[in-house]
Write a protein that binds this ligand. Structure first.
Ligand SMILES: NC(=O)C1=CN([C@@H]2O[C@H](COP(=O)(O)OP(=O)(O)OC[C@H]3O[C@@H](n4cnc5c(N)ncnc54)[C@H](OP(=O)(O)O)[C@@H]3O)[C@@H](O)[C@H]2O)C=CC1
Ligand SMILES: O=C(CO)COP(=O)(O)O
Length: 326
């Protein structure tokens, strides 16, 4: 099964949805995914470390800082105790910034029995090691199927119910008797399926994760050029050449080119490079307009994955002798 290519829409693989899941990270994307899973019928516990955010979720069914205007479903419970969040979970989603994935994976490992699938939803490459986020999680979480979820998915749009599609990827090589419909990728896809959210499945973790990590950097570049006063020809050139860089890096790591031309690659690249809703694009645009880093986002701290990852991706590309000029 190791090299079998599995991809497609969840309807091709009927599967049992998870009844109970834990989301670790109560920011915008973690909460949007928790909301989506809860709407799909799963009982979801979401772990956050800020007691005020969690209290607002449980008392008002809102999270105004992260998803303004969104009403949280009743089967979503916020908790500030990680062990409590993970109790009885059949699947775990880790949704924190890439720089926190190792620390959080280590914490999750203390509370989750072996065999429970873990989906890492952060986009990035670890500095110094050059590891994908699923590889980081794998080092900390022994005995778990580890996969990822990625795609063109602004959190607020997802939570507001705008039609959205993403890709879930898990390897199909563990467990001799595993059938495609038993794969965590398929079960996760089904567990997240609502009228407005559709998840496609893949077994190409490298292709999926490289798309997510690289698109943020290209989006900063698109923002820079927009802020500096350049126009659409320049953006099209950056997106197209950026896609080529993504393909080259994915291939060098054993990923597939066709994955990069899917939702998690060109889909996310197109989204993030075209809209100031993207924090990466917005940062680039403000810098291009001449603001200092401290002035961007009115001085508030905002997660901009492409900043850190511009360095880790460049280092990784150099170590593999892949040309990535952008
Ligand atoms: N927002 C989006 O549209 C999308 C985001 N993503 C990806 O999801 C990841 C998370 O981004 P996003 O949710 O947007 O970021 P946010 O800034 O909205 O939220 C990050 C959350 O992670 C929490 N966190 C950070 N470090 C830790 C830690 N060590 N332990 C526990 N919680 C922690 C933060 O808690 P605190 O507030 O206490 O610091 C916060 O609740 C990123 O990699 C991003 O690229 C992917 C797709 C869409
Ligand atoms: O990854 C995202 C959409 O797919 C979110 O993009 P930003 O992190 O740039 O806001």
């Amino acid at each position: 099964m190791k090299d079998q290519v599995v991809s497609g829409a969840p309807s091709s693989f009927p599967a049992h949805p998870y009844r109970k899941a834990a989301v670790i990270g109560a920011g915008s994307w973690g909460t949007a995914l928790a909301v989506t899973m809860a709407r799909a019928g799963c009982a979801v516990s979401i772990y956050g470390r800020d007691p005020e955010v969690i209290a607002e979720m449980n008392t008002k069914s809102t999270t105004e800082r992260f998803l303004p205007g969104v009403s949280l479903p009743g089967n979503l419970t916020g908790v500030t105790d990680m062990a409590q969040a993970l109790e009885g979970a059949e699947a775990v989603l880790i949704v924190v910034p890439s720089r926190s994935v190792r620390e959080v994976s280590r914490q999750v490992a203390e509370h989750v029995p072996a065999g429970i699938p873990i989906a890492v939803c952060a986009k990035g490459i670890e500095p110094d090691t050059g590891l994908l986020m699923t590889q980081v999680a794998e080092q900390e979480l022994n005995g778990h199927p580890i996969g990822c979820l990625s795609g063109p998915t602004f959190a607020l749009e997802t939570a507001l119910g705008h039609p959205t599609a993403a890709t879930a990827a898990f390897p199909f090589s563990y467990g001799d008797r595993l059938k495609p419909h038993d794969s965590p990728a398929v079960r996760l896809a089904v567990s997240l399926s609502t009228e407005s959210f559709r998840v496609y499945v893949s077994d190409d973790l490298v292709g999926v994760e490289i798309g997510g990590a690289v698109k943020n950097i290209i989006a900063i570049a698109c923002g820079l050029m927009t802020g500096a006063g350049f126009a659409e020809n320049t953006r099209a050139a950056l997106i197209t050449r950026g896609l080529d860089e993504m393909k080259a890096l994915a291939e060098a790591l054993g990923g597939r080119r066709e994955t990069v031309t899917g939702l998690s690659g060109i889909g996310d690249l197109a989204l993030t490079c075209s809209s100031a809703t993207s924090r990466n694009m917005a940062l680039g645009q403000q810098l291009g307009e001449g603001l200092s880093r401290a002035q961007c986002f009115e001085g508030k701290p905002v997660v901009v994955e492409g900043e850190l990852n511009a360095i880790s991706v460049t280092d990784l590309a150099r170590s593999l002798k892949v040309a990535m000029p952008i």
